[in-house]
Structures are given as structure tokens and as C-alpha cells.
Design a protein around this ligand. Sequence first.
Ligand code: NAD
Length: 326
Amino acid sequence: MNEIISGEKILVTGGAGFIGSNLCEVLLDSNNTVVCLDNFATGKQENIAPFLKHPKFSFIQGDIRNLEDCLLATKNVDYVLHQAALGSVPRSIKNPITTNEVNISGFLNMLVASRDHHIKRFVYAASSSTYGDSQALPKVEENIGKPLSPYAVTKLVNELYADVFFKTYGLETIGLRYFNVFGKRQDPNGAYAAVIPKFVKQFMQLESPIINGDGTFSRDFTYIDNVVQANLKSLVASSTSVNNVYNIAFGDRNTLNDLVVYLKEYLAIYKPSIEKVPVIYGSERVGDIPHSHASIQKAKKYLNYQPEFSLQKGLQEAVDWYWKNL
Ligand code: NAD
């Protein structure tokens, strides 16, 4: 099996965002033609600035809520890596209608456009939030609970639509349930920033980050290179892998308190005084699950997914990037 796709035309939706821009970079490096569709809702011009001069990169500023934009973006494309969505559980609790419009209607538009333009395979960003209120650990793909937020509902509906489009129209789909992804270009700013970039920035400014709860909640933190690998392998995996969803994580769990210890250790290499910055413990957040830990056996078996970055290894890379770029 050839594991690195090359010479194909690939649409990355949400390509100006954190995960999408990392995908664009690697796809261009492996000699693919890349189309990026994004409306800059949360993505940034600076994330795609390095690619704009690349002869095999094109950018369409458009909105997945608009079918015409989706049809334009999928024209003459071989594969789709669909990342565009409004992330964040708290954002969806504050504004469920917008999250629904982008994450469900936008997703459906992308499926319709991919069907109409005979896309060879539609790989999309699913989410660990789909496990909802299931307490079982580790999380196994076939055993989900009920969603705990509007965001989780949208990601579950995506999986249902992808399944129906495979069965009804023969569109090959693969859903990748990402678990707490982190790494270069993830936005540390704003009310809905993810915990790792937010804490890194606060520590760098010698500010105390606030942990929601007592810090014993745990997550399967997943470095971006593992996620990129999973996407690339999904594009070339055999047809027995399609019409399915896969956990994409490292397959371990660390508490928020563990995370803080590692962050301080790695950041103190650059600025020793960070070691002394205390954290503040606040109240738990609505919709948060206590523990998340993925079984990655299915992705290993069907996608040949082999994550290379543990939390510690990925954090060292991420901290180094933030130190040079923030
Ligand atoms: P991000 O916010 O950095 O990227 C999302 C991108 O989608 C942005 O560039 C944004 O501008 C774009 N977008 C939003 N609405 C759009 C619209 N209507 N039309 C066109 N583009 C639009 O977030 P990310 O962390 O890179 O997430 C990428 C995908 O992965 C999302 O689907 C998200 O739900 C999913 N996911 C992320 C994580 C994580 O930990 N980061 C975990 C699980 C799932």
C-alpha cells in the first residue's frame, strides 16, 4: 500500500484553520494540488500565507453553508478532507443555531457537492464528543453515549449523513474522531481557545491559567502530526476501510494537572521563572466529560495508523513553535 498520496487534487475545507492548514502544508510537500475553501470564521490569513505563492495551491474564500461555494470548490477535485466547522462545546452552547447551520447544513452541502462531482473519497473531521455521556474507557467506536452539547449532536449527525451517502449514493466516506488535538498554528486567543495553546500563552506571559475543576479530569491529547498521518492514510486505505469512523488519538490519557507539569517543565527551558507560576482552580464546565481515552486499535488495523507523538513529545514540539511564533 502506497502510504503517501501524491499527484492528486485535494480539497481541504477549513484549510485556513489549525488542522486544515497543517494538512495543506503536508499535501503540498508531497506534490499534490491543493484547493482550500474557508470563510475565515475562525481561520486566519496568516495560516495560509506561506502557501499562496505555491503554484499548486489555490484558495477559495467561501462558505460551506452556500452550496454554490461547495460545488465550485469540489470541481475537478479527486479527494476531500473536510475540516470546516465551528468547533468548541461552549460556543455551541452559547449559539446552537449557528453551530448547527455550519456543522450540519454545511456538512450536507459538502456531501452533495462531493456526490455530484464524483469525489473518490470524502474524509471528514468527526469528534470524540460523540461519546457523550458514555463512561466506558477506553472509548471504542461502536459504543457511544448520548451527546452532551449541541456541538456533539452536530458531529453525530455528520456520521449519520456520511453513512447514508455511502449507502445511498456510493460516496466513499471515512470519519476521523479526533481527540483533543494540539500543535503548531492552533489559536491561543479568544473565548473558545483550546486548553493547550491558551495555557502556553498565559504561562509565557507569567499569568496563572485557570483549570476548570480540580485538574483530575483527563484527556487523550493528540499531537497534530498524528492527525495529519491519519488523514493521509485514510486517503489511500483499502476500500474495506470506508463507510466507517475511527478514533484518532495517541491512545493514552493524562490529567490536566499532568499537562501543567509538562508545560511548565518545557516552557521553563526558555524562561525559568515560568516554573514558579501557580495555576488557579475554578468551577467545572457544563458539558465537560470527566475522562477521555481512546482505543486506537481500529484505526491501526484498517488505516495502518501508527501515531508517533506522545503528549510529551508533541508538547515539546508545540512549545518550541509557540516560543518562536507568538
Ligand atoms: P479551526 O477553527 O482552527 O478550523 C476550522 C476552520 O473552518 C477555520 O479555518 C474556519 O474559518 C473554517 N470555517 C468555519 N466555518 C466555516 C464555513 N461556514 N465555511 C467555510 N469555512 C468555515 O478548528 P480545528 O481545530 O482546525 O478543527 C478542524 C475540524 O476538526 C473541525 O471540524 C472540528 O470540529 C474538528 N475537531 C477538532 C478537534 C480539536 O481538538 N481541534 C477535536 C475534534 C474535532
